[in-house]
Write a protein that binds this ligand. Structure first.
Ligand code: C2E
Ligand code: MG
Ligand code: MG
Ligand code: MG
Length: 283
């Protein structure tokens, strides 16, 4: 936005803009430093099967504790990490933590639970991505079928060939693939058949409005589309019993949301799984 003074456009001087850039650079520097100091955390949010009512897996979600007890939202720092390329190293760390967690779950007799990890475009652009995912899974002796990668539609749209190639290699190694936030950028509908997918995640926007006419129609369409092309569907952001009942009636297979559990630190996960198994947490 150019500032107009005496009819002259001062395009290069807008204090507010400058402040914003400085603020983001400061934040990026802090993120880099905290990542180097091993201060990032990986939290987990349970995913449940509606038919068996069992926990079948969880999504791994990054947390950045900035000050004690205060977290900066991934919605703010993930784009910074993507823009700067830092997400490539952070993403590898996330993958290691997820595999470590899978190893611990197997040791605790929870060896059938899967973990879904979010993957950004800069990771796909790195030529080391596919080999390092495979190497990490091997190093932790994890069953590749229990690792799922979540990609958004925008990632696919960005570089379809690179992404499809990488996913095909990972799929043939046994790793699962889910398309995240589905329905938000529906221009990728044409890629749906070219992508080696296992699961569709119905975006929270359509789940939170599922009991309204419009939202319900979209959720229902996505779920039946999934069925017709042989993909499993999971509804994200389920917060109420009404939403749960609605997506269930539509034939959705799995759910994830605050109604069941919020994302939690790895240290709380075992306790949650035990309490859930004992029937103490079922809504
Ligand atoms: P996402 O992959 O779509 O993750 C789901 C988001 O919805 C998470 O937000 C989760 O905490 C939130 N959520 C789950 N259930 C509910 C619910 O019932 N109600 C509401 N209001 N929210 C719910 P979060 O943790 O803030 O993450 C935001 C986004 O940041 C993620 O969206 C993902 O795109 C990105 N992200 C998080 N961790 C990673 C990571 O390790 N790598 C990459 N590349 N991106 C990540
Ligand atoms: Mg996700
Ligand atoms: Mg999502
Ligand atoms: Mg999302």
């Amino acid at each position: 936005k150019a500032k107009k003074t005496l009819g002259v456009h001062h395009q290069y001087y807008e204090p507010a803009m400058e402040e914003e850039v400085t603020e983001r650079l400061t934040m990026l520097r802090m993120l880099r430093a905290d990542f180097a100091l091993d201060k990032l955390e990986l939290w987990f949010q349970p995913q449940l099967c509606l038919k068996s009512q069992a926990v079948v897996g969880m999504e791994a979600l990054l947390r950045w504790p900035h000050q004690p007890g205060r977290y900066i939202s991934p919605a703010i720092f993930i784009p910074l990490a993507e823009y700067s390329g830092l997400i490539v190293d952070i993403g590898q760390w996330v993958l290691e933590q997820a595999c470590k967690q899978l190893q611990q779950l197997a040791a605790a007799n929870c060896g059938s639970l899967r973990i879904a990890v979010n993957v950004s475009m800069p990771q796909f652009r790195s030529p080391h991505f596919v080999p390092s995912v495979i190497d990490t899974v091997k190093r932790y002796q994890v069953n590749p079928q229990l690792l799922e990668l979540e990609i958004t539609e925008s990632v696919v749209m960005d570089e379809p060939k690179i992404v499809i190639d990488a996913l095909q290699q990972l799929k043939s190694f046994g790793i699962k693939v889910a398309i995240d936030d589905f329905g938000i950028g529906f221009s990728s509908l044409s890629y749906l058949q070219q992508l080696p997918l296992d699961r569709i995640k119905v975006d929270r926007a359509f789940v939170s409005t599922v009991t309204n006419e419009g939202g319900g129609l979209i959720a229902e369409t996505i779920i039946s589309l999934g069925k017709r092309i042989g993909l499993s569907t999971i509804a994200e952001g389920v917060e109420t019993k009404e939403q749960l009942q609605a997506v269930m009636a539509m034939g959705c297979e799995e759910v994830q949301g605050y109604l069941f559990a919020k994302p939690m630190p790895a240290a709380d996960l075992m306790q949650y799984l035990l309490a859930y198994q004992d029937g103490k947490l079922k809504p």
